[in-house]
Design a protein around this ligand. Structure first.
Ligand code: UDP
Length: 315
């Protein structure tokens, strides 16, 4: 099997490449390295079944030879990143999705879209089932990501219905693990970086907003099961263990063994008040559910963040 993974040098894309390489797939990773980093796949550099090409998938994607699967994971995904890169985010979700679908069609390949819980916006029901249409502010700051992904889902379903393409759509909820960028602005990397540098831990708003954090190995397992399934409609994959951000900050601080104070800063506009996946569909159709609890996942992640921090410091 040969797959093209867009965003293959990113946090999730690189873990997906590892997983497929372990299963003896050939991988062509494509990344423009705007938020991805070649060091995420440097351990694969000498593997003859792996190749990384630096390319912006909003431009035509030219891949010689046969392709069995196109997996579209390219996009800034942290709120701080997509607020800095609003037009690139809209383009990779729209033009990048169109180009990668066109590649799959030309190669008679299967297609997999990395979508997001942001499709539900600031949800009015919780937990969120796939049947919920969401509560998104299209013209707010997060609209660049949310609407790009909603368009990407619509485009993917159109290729499925109009062209008969074999497509799959995952809605990914908050995921964490090694290879997140320590400066990507998300809650966990921020808290860890602050703890490592002796700064106060910044909690936005009251900290009563909730999230549900899925460890990366669980997510990749869910991706693979969905890839191999017959399901074409969007499917939630995430950990339904919900926690307030304040509690999450306290957990990270305790695990890091620091006593830094928690300071409260303004809540970013349209920050969802609660987010928790309804995973009954994934359980039923894929026999999937997360296995790594927060304690265990955080321990593994913190160890890798400490190493990453030490490496960056000595560079
Ligand atoms: N957050 C926070 N402090 C930070 C970074 C984020 O309190 O330093 C909050 C943020 O406002 C949100 C939650 O943590 O309510 C998760 O934010 P993140 O950026 O990780 O991802 P999101 O789930 O919003 O896409």
């Amino acid at each position: 099997m040969r797959a093209v993974v867009t965003g293959g040098a990113g946090f999730l894309g690189s873990h997906l490449c590892d997983y497929l390489i372990d299963r003896r797939w050939d991988i062509l990773a494509i990344d423009n390295l705007v938020t991805g980093n070649a060091t995420n796949v440097r351990h694969l550099a000498d593997n003859p079944r792996f190749r990384l090409v630096q390319h912006d998938v909003t431009k035509f994607i030219d891949v010689p030879g046969p392709v069995d699967y196109v997996l579209h994971f390219a996009s800034p995904a942290s709120p701080v990143d997509y607020l800095k890169l609003p037009i690139q985010t809209l383009k990779v979700g729209s033009l990048g999705t169109h180009n990668s679908l066109g590649l799959a069609l030309a190669k008679n390949a299967k297609y997999f879209l990395a979508s997001t819980s942001e499709c539900y916006g600031d949800p009015l029901i919780s937990p969120q089932p796939e049947s919920y249409w969401g509560n998104v502010n299209a013209v707010g700051p997060r609209g660049v990501y949310d609407e790009a992904k909603r368009f990407a889902e619509a485009m993917t379903m159109a290729y499925h219905r109009a062209k008969g393409l074999d497509t799959h759509i995952i809605r990914i909820f908050n995921t964490y693990g090694p290879r997140m960028r320590l400066n990507d602005g998300r809650a966990l990397p921020n808290f860890v970086h602050q703890a490592l540098t002796g700064q106060p831990i910044t909690v936005y708003g009251t900290g009563k907003q909730t999230r549900s954090f899925c460890y990366v190995s669980d997510l990749i397992d869910g991706i693979y099961r969905l890839m191999m399934s017959d399901e074409h409609e969007p499917t939630n994959i995430g950990n339904p263990q919900e926690i307030t951000i304040l509690e999450f900050a306290e957990r990270v601080r305790a695990l890091m063994g620091v006593s830094a104070p928690i300071v409260f800063e303004p809540l970013p506009q349209d920050d969802p008040k609660q987010r928790c996946p309804d995973i009954s569909k994934a359980r039923r159709l894929l026999g999937w559910e997360p296995k790594v609890n927060l304690e265990e996942g955080l321990k593994q992640t913190l160890e890798s963040f400490k190493k990453q921090f030490a490496e960056n410091k000595t560079r």
